[in-house]
Design a protein around this ligand. Structure first.
Ligand code: PYC
Length: 318
């Protein structure tokens, strides 16, 4: 891979926020222009030749495994307030629900967005974010759907695990197989269980549509209010209820006839934070159009510095 020149990084301006506990780093300037006609192509460039820039921004020592970053780019689709490409410690994402809320809160903080509806271009398609007067953000996400129902996978150490494969802007395996109740005290056990499931899915060739890698595992606990534990691609768990994961869950509930259109679904995370979701059926009935609501708060404003003398100017690969 071509190493971008160390003289190039300069200062990268960013704003950090958290959405229901899950951090987002919005990159405002200082990042190179990514080649590509579409955001999907630019996302591939970031996954490939520009990977050092991804790790510089997102990974230790300037970032962390928990962080999801959001690179602002000129939108390609018409009438969009912004274009955004999401990335994390191990790669790039198609969409990110909590991250979109973080971007909207950040642009509002900068005075660049007012309450109302805003189209945001992403590699997975255009989403519409509504910034409410009280600071909450509703994200009308991309079409979400269940790809396969009641798939079984043999998980070493856990036995046969059954779950659904669904898309909500990223690919998820959703299961009610949990080794312990979903709460902060059990994060290590939940992480271990979810990671074993993820590896078993790969080993046994279970994929999303078109062979897409299932890189998010969603453990579900149903109750008066549902709780989830979402393990992200780089093995960090989502502190929020995961916007794309909640979308995938809504798609499964809709496919099973367990949630009617328009009815509000409350989804809590492992730390007890909450999103609300609801859906309308997709026009061609091939899934749903979910809307997820939550709130993000700006936490840090700053500049990343990559000193040429620094032994880790490009971050530490995860
Ligand atoms: O909110 O969609 C989401 C998300 C994906 C990965 C982490 N959060």
């Amino acid at each position: 891979m071509t190493q971008p020149s160390l003289a190039t990084p300069g200062r990268i301006r960013f704003i950090d926020s958290h959405t229901a506990g899950e951090p987002t780093r919005t990159v405002l300037s200082g990042f190179p222009a990514l080649p590509g006609e579409t955001l999907a192509e630019q996302r591939l460039a970031l996954a490939g030749a520009f990977g050092d820039w991804r790790t510089l921004v997102n990974n230790e020592p300037r970032g962390s495994d928990v962080l999801v970053s959001a690179l602002l780019v000129p939108p390609k689709a018409p009438d969009c307030a912004a274009g955004v490409i999401f990335f994390n410690n191990v790669g790039v994402l198609g969409m990110c629900g909590h991250g979109t809320m973080g971007v909207v809160a950040t642009l509002a903080y900068l005075g660049q967005l007012q309450p109302g509806q805003h189209r945001i271009d992403t590699p997975a398609g255009v989403v519409t974010a509504t910034l409410h007067g009280d600071g909450r953000v509703s994200v009308a996400n991309v079409r979400s759907y269940r790809h396969r129902a009641r798939v079984t996978v043999n998980v070493p150490g856990a036995g046969v695990v059954e779950g659904d494969v669904a898309y909500g802007g990223n690919w998820f395996f959703l299961t009610s197989s949990v080794p312990a109740s979903i709460c902060l005290g059990n994060v290590e056990r939940l992480t271990d269980h979810a990671w074993r499931i993820r590896e078993a899915l790969h080993a046994q060739g279970v994929t999303g549509q078109g062979g897409e890698v299932i890189d998010h595992i969603e453990l579900m606990e149903m109750g008066d209010v549902a709780r989830n534990f979402v393990l992200c691609p780089g093995k960090a768990y989502d502190r929020s209820p995961c916007g794309t994961g909640t979308s995938a869950k809504l798609a499964c509930l809709a496919a099973d006839g367990h949630l009617a259109p328009g009815v509000v679904w409350r989804q809590q995370s492992v730390i007890g934070s909450e999103f609300q979701g609801a859906y309308v059926p997709a026009r061609d009935r091939t899934g749903i159009l979910p809307t997820i609501t939550g709130q993000a708060f700006v936490t840090v404003e700053g500049e990343l510095i990559a000193d040429p003398e620094d032994p880790f100017p490009w971050g530490i690969p995860a």
